[in-house]
Design a protein around this ligand. Structure first.
Ligand code: ZN
Length: 426
């Protein structure tokens, strides 16, 4: 049996306690000492107050452009994992659709509308809506975990490369072999700087070796400016030749490589503005927060022999000695948004095609709620759990794991989890 996420536990005063194993949660529910507080993430509430001090929990974040990995750790034990999928692309698409409708109005034969595009200022630290959303949803979930677990510290992967490590090769010796931490930082950085291609022949998708532009044998340094990537063939061919000698017949390439090698560290390792914005927002939580580099994450993951998934990456962020992974099924959280304020939808040509009821709620349910329906009479006898789509007639559709069930009366439905802007899966 594969291991599931630990279950969050609150006491009667809503004070977060140490999360418990799924087995423990089952027996708490069976004995009537607790009841279900929330379905996603699964949280129990005890029926009495508890005075014990809970064990501190650390949250680790690996913010990604499409998916953010989240891992909760108690010491070195990974007890809860989640993958938060963002909806940046959807936001971009709907803003573009709004823009095209607005522009359409301007060219139609209506009253004159002043062109408005140069009259806006952007505040300092402005992020595009699709990027701001990434920060906001991650914050939403960090705050949620603060309410549900005794969270004490945050570790975030902030930068891709540890620049200090790269600038000072003498800090950790001069070797750049496999398995060495500096080796990882250097390799990741070089792959980024040289576009994952052989510097000399441009070959891609083949193993690349770290190469000294000014050869080691002739006094070339180990500093990052003197390193590039080469395929085995080019590396052997170049041998201990100087680059001028090796590329004597290709002056253009020589010039290009020399210019690229000198590029300052900052440019290639462009710091991600979204991650910085998230870091600044995380500080607001008042928890102790530390940051780490992508090179270190990869180093830890490879050393521990873990698969490349978002949640395992998150678990490997920061200084890690060992990890005991007590869960195998991350909670898959997908941001879906809270719907739209459009009162009238358009077809693909921009013509109004269907109207939307003013009230989203029908008999207390709204589309997107997770419901459990128990039908005892008629053709559709059975129990169905899934996402509901409401109809103003009171006859709902439920999309269950086994397909869509149509025409279930609202009287048979009980709400399991109210719509909160996310879809959940395992
Ligand atoms: Zn090559």
């Amino acid at each position: 049996m594969s291991k599931s996420n630990f279950v969050f536990v609150l006491d009667a005063d809503l004070k977060p306690l140490t999360p418990c194993t799924p087995g423990m949660a089952r027996s708490l529910l069976k004995s009537g000492k607790a009841s279900v507080y929330r379905r996603y993430p699964f949280t129990l509430i005890l029926k009495k107050k508890v005075d014990t001090t809970p064990a501190p929990i650390t949250i680790k974040l690996d913010p990604g452009s499409k998916t953010t990995g989240i891992a909760l750790l108690q010491g070195s034990k990974v007890i809860f994992a989640a993958e938060l999928t963002h909806r940046g692309q959807t936001i971009k698409a709907s803003l573009e659709s709004r823009r095209s409708l607005r522009r359409g109005r301007r060219t139609r034969h209506t009253r004159y509308r002043q062109a408005r595009f140069l009259n806006r200022t952007r505040p300092k630290g402005w992020l595009a809506p699709s990027l701001q959303h990434r920060v906001e949803t991650t914050m939403t979930w960090v705050k949620k975990f603060i309410r549900l677990t005794p969270l004490k510290s945050i570790i975030q992967e902030l930068v891709r490369f540890d620049l200090q490590q790269l600038e000072n090769p003498e800090i950790s010796g001069v070797e750049y072999q496999q398995g060495e931490l500096r080796g990882y930082e250097v390799r990741e950085y070089l792959l980024n700087k040289w576009d994952r291609k052989c510097t000399y022949c441009g070959a891609e998708n083949i193993p690349l070796q770290v190469e000294h532009i000014h050869p080691r044998a002739k006094g070339g340094s180990n500093r990052i400016y003197n390193l590039s990537l080469a395929c085995e063939k080019c590396n052997l061919k170049k041998g201990t030749q100087d680059i001028e000698q090796f590329l004597a017949k290709k002056p253009d390439l020589l010039k290009k490589i020399k210019a690229q090698a000198k590029q300052p560290l900052k440019d290639a390792a462009a710091v991600n503005s979204t991650r910085w914005a998230l870091f600044n927002r995380l500080k607001e939580t008042g928890l102790s927060i530390s940051t780490s580099s992508g090179g270190l994450t990869k180093f830890n993951r490879t050393r521990l022999g873990l698969a490349k998934t978002h949640w395992l990456d998150a678990a490997c962020v920061g200084q890690v000695e060992t990890l005991s992974i007590l869960t195998e099924k991350p909670l898959l959280i997908k941001a879906t948004g809270h719907g739209t304020r459009q009162m009238c939808r358009t077809d693909k040509f921009g013509f109004p095609s269907r109207y939307v009821p003013q009230n989203k709620f029908v008999h207390g349910f709204q589309t997107g709620d997770i419901v459990k329906a128990v039908v005892t009479t008629g053709k559709k006898i059975g129990t169905y759990v899934g996402r509901v789509a409401v109809r103003s007639t009171g006859s709902f559709n439920i999309s269950t794991a086994n397909g869509l069930i149509q025409g279930i009366g609202y009287k048979n439905c009980v709400s399991v989890h109210k719509k909160d802007g996310y879809n959940y899966g395992f």
